[in-house]
Structure formats: C-alpha cells, structure tokens
Design a protein around this ligand. Structure first.
Ligand code: ADP
Length: 289
C-alpha cells in the first residue's frame, strides 16, 4: 500500500464515528459521578451491524499497519486491560480486535483465581511478570483489578487489605507508564438483561456449555455489590497515565468498533517510526550480492 493510500484510509476511518451515530469513548472523569446503570450498556448507534462491522474492519486494517511500525520502533509497550462481568465479551474483544494484529507482536494474559504461590506474594507480583515488553501490544483478560473487585465483593480479604490497593495500583501503573508502557483500561459494560441472555445461551448451547460456571450465577446475584465495586475502582483509578473507559457492551459490533477506534487513536498518537539503517552499517553493506 502506498503512503497516499494509507493516508486516505486513515481519513476515511475518521469520518465514520459521526456517521455511525456513536460517541467516542472518553476517559472516566474521577471527579464526576459515574453512572453504571443498564441504559449506559445499551448504546446502539445509528448504523446497522453490517456497516459497523465494515467500519471496524477498516480501523483494524489501519491498526495492523500501525502495529508494524510500533513493533519495529520498540520504544513503547501497549497494555489494554479488559474488565467486565461474566459474559461481557472480554474473549470476544481479544478475538476480534487483537485478532487483527500480527501475533508475533501480541501478548495475551488471563487472570483466574490466584494459585497458592501467587497468594504468598503481593497481589501485583503475578501481574508485573506478564506486562508486555516494549514493542509488544498486550491485553489482560481480567487483571489486578480483581483484587479490588472479586476480592472485595466475595470478602476474600478484609477492607484494610483491599482499600489501600487503589493507591498501590495507581502507583504501579504510573511506574509502568514512566517506563514506556501505554495503558488503556476498558470496562465492558453489559446490562443485567443482556447478561441473563448470554448466560442462558451458555447453559443451552452444547458448544458453549463449557463456559458455564456456577460461580457466574453467584456473582450475578451480587450485581449491585459489583456495580459499587466497579464504580469505585473506575473513578479512583482513572488517571492521566492509565485512563478507564466504560464501553457499552450489549451490542458486540458497537463494543468492537469503539475499542478499535480508541486503540487506533492511541497508536496514532505515539507516532512510531521505523528505525533506519545506521550510516556505518549502510556503508559496510553497500553491496548485497
Ligand atoms: P473467565 O471466567 O474469565 O473465563 P476463569 O474462570 O479462569 O476465567 O477465572 C475467572 C475467575 O477468577 C473470576 O471469577 C474472577 O473473579 C476470579 N479471579 C481472578 N483474579 C482473582 C483474584 N485476584 N482473586 C480472586 N478471584 C480472582
């Protein structure tokens, strides 16, 4: 693709968001009240599924192009943190959005209940080990935020253990940022009705049975407690160096489009460049037989 074509495809991608009747994702403002009610999950936009998927495809093509320079440049790492209730679409985002990247430069990490060894360490120990190195685009399927979400709601630790973690998380993420890790965090926001439908599907569809867990129903029964825990985590830990975004996630095509758009703007802002061959190397290698 020529640089002229690339420019044109980028400009095309820019027009879409207004045409699609969607509002871009904006960082959670820690000073403003955050509404995690069901309505905020249900955003649909003006476009049909096909148009949205087509627009997303264009963003993903552009993302892949930018990833190439990002990888070669090697000055930054990108870390996308995905959090959300069960069946909110974390796996779907990884498959669709991260599926567009060249796998060589991708690092995916998932966080389930900590092992006995992990529990002997501080809660960030297992997380720090899998932060993507420079040049890589990483994604966390759940994260250190479980330590102020599941741990809080299921009362796995006392408040004097989990409450100081907001500040610890902010300090950890600030340190990563200072070391070249670009952090973006998305809460995939599904409504109660949509989650019921998706869990029901897992129960009914033999190809999805394996995803069904009794614990998901227990967490669903604690809906309001999770809403309170998410509200506090998202407001306390949305920082200039690691902002949180609330992604309306009832509609999968909307969800994918908005995340791809946010990531594209993030990668564009980095202005990654391809390293050039050093003059002495160029001189020495002048003749390639
Ligand atoms: P998923 O449900 O995301 O497909 P798993 O079943 O492997 O994946 O694990 C997810 C479960 O692990 C969730 O219930 C989550 O709350 C729990 N979990 C993750 N991290 C922690 C943690 N630090 N402490 C307690 N539970 C955790």
């Amino acid at each position: 693709m020529s640089s002229h074509d690339r420019k044109t495809s980028r400009e095309d991608a820019r027009v879409d968001v207004e045409e699609l009747g969607l509002d871009r994702l904006v960082p959670v403002n820690p000073a403003a009240p955050l509404d995690l009610g069901d309505e905020a999950a249900r955003v649909r936009g003006a476009a049909g599924k096909k148009d949205l998927e087509h627009a997303t495809r264009r963003l993903l093509d552009r993302l892949e192009e930018l990833q190439d320079a990002f990888y070669a440049d090697g000055r930054h790492a990108l870390l996308l943190v995905l959090q959300g209730r069960d069946a909110s679409g974390k796996d779907g985002v990884i498959k669709t959005v991260y599926g567009a990247f060249n796998p060589t430069g991708v690092r995916v990490a998932a966080f389930g209940p900590p092992s006995s060894l992990e529990l002997k360490h501080d809660f960030l120990w297992r997380v720090h080990q899998v932060v993507p190195p420079r040049g890589m685009v990483g994604v966390f399927n759940r994260s250190h935020y479980e330590d102020v979400l599941a741990v809080r709601v299921r009362e796995l630790a006392s408040e004097d253990v989990w409450r100081p973690r907001y500040a610890q998380i902010n300090a950890f993420e600030e340190m990563l940022h200072a070391n070249g890790v670009i952090i973006r965090k998305c809460f995939l926001h599904v409504s109660r009705d949509e989650q019921r439908e998706r869990l029901q599907e897992r129960f009914d569809d033999p190809r999805k049975n394996w995803k069904f867990r009794l614990e998901d129903l227990e967490d669903r029964a604690r809906w309001d407690e999770y809403t309170a825990a998410y509200t506090e985590a998202l407001t306390r830990c949305s920082t200039p160096w690691a902002p949180w975004y609330v992604v309306p996630a009832d509609d999968k095509a909307v969800r994918n489009y908005l995340i791809a758009d946010m990531l594209l703007r993030t990668l564009e802002s980095l202005r990654s460049t391809y390293p050039v061959i050093q003059p002495d190397v160029r001189h020495a290698a002048k003749h390639i037989d």
